[in-house]
Design a protein around this ligand. Structure first.
Ligand code: NAD
Length: 272
């Protein structure tokens, strides 16, 4: 665990879906590194306030507020950016983290469950990235604050490359997110905008409780994790804080896999 520092001082970050899980750890890590943080939540106001309170208590120079917003709704995303700019003057870092699963065998998947996943996991990422880019361009460069005009981090998944039976809507949303991220990089890198993704493997949060709740489920999970431990939200939080800082300034258009080696196809260790 890193100590509070000031490497993101005078920068403002929006972290979507940061009342829980990975998003909460990202918000805390950015706050620890001195950024102002907008803790976005969909429905759990109390948990969002707890995250903001912790940042306000521990950060050396950053301040946190909470803002409700459904990332799949254009007007709500725009209102969240407006509120952030009113409060902190601009946005420097977007971590588009919100995501959900609606699992079903494909032949039983409803259009509603397909659409909900695409709306939140893909359209929500587009809407937030678009508003962030608009704000970066409006504000202009602040070389005393960061080498980049702005930083966008998409929360993807190992399932942007690993197919996932029973979760086709989720895998399709994350696969598409890879191309969204890379296209944004290609289009806006000349303006000094950095756009990257983090692709977590199995991280212990509510989204995948079934996979770690019992010892037998955990042993089954370890078969696909060469490093033989489940990830924790802080693994991703620390990665995001580094990726948002100038220490990673030459990293653009990349997906960082935070997965204990899951994408090294451990199923082929003794076969194939
Ligand atoms: P989580 O359920 O704790 O977090 C998801 C967050 O998204 C929640 O805070 C939820 O309120 C928010 N959200 C859902 N719909 C929303 C909407 N319409 N508007 C705004 N926010 C909304 O689970 P998590 O594991 O922390 O997931 C965070 C991200 O990490 C997701 O994008 C997920 O796909 C990705 N991910 C997680 C894992 C894992 O193993 N936990 C692995 C790979 C990728």
């Amino acid at each position: 665990m890193q100590k509070p520092n000031e490497r993101l001082k005078n920068q403002t970050a929006i972290v979507t879906g940061s009342s829980t899980g990975i998003g909460a750890a990202v918000a805390l890590a950015l706050g620890r590194d001195g950024a102002n943080v907008v803790v976005n939540y969909h429905s759990s106001e109390e948990e969002a306030q707890e995250v903001a309170d912790q940042i306000n208590k521990e950060s050396l120079c950053g301040e946190a507020i909470i803002v409700q917003c459904d990332v799949s709704k254009e007007e709500e995303v725009q209102a969240m950016f407006k509120r952030t700019i009113e409060k902190f003057g601009t946005v420097d870092i977007l971590v588009a983290n919100s995501g959900l699963q609606k699992d079903a065998a494909l032949h039983e998947m409803t259009l509603k469950d397909w659409q909900t996943v695409i709306d939140v996991n893909l359209t929500g990422q587009f809407l937030c990235a678009r508003e962030a880019i608009r704000e970066f361009m409006r504000r202009g460069m602040r070389e005393d604050v960061s080498k980049a005009l702005g930083k966008i981090i998409h929360m993807s998944s190992v399932h942007q490359v690993i197919p996932w039976a029973g979760h086709a809507n989720y895998a399709a949303s994350k696969g598409a997110l890879k191309m969204l991220m890379e296209s944004i990089c290609q289009e806006y890198a000349p303006l000094k905008i950095r756009c990257n993704s983090i692709a977590p493997g199995a991280i212990k949060t509510d989204i995948n409780k079934d996979a770690w709740e019992t010892e037998s489920a955990l042993q089954e999970l370890y078969k696909v994790i060469p490093y033989k431990r489940i990830g924790v939200p802080e693994d991703v939080g620390d990665t995001a804080a580094w990726l948002a800082s100038d220490e990673s300034d030459y990293i653009n258009g990349t997906t960082l896999f935070v997965d204990g080696g899951m994408t090294c196809y451990p199923g082929f260790t003794t076969n194939g």
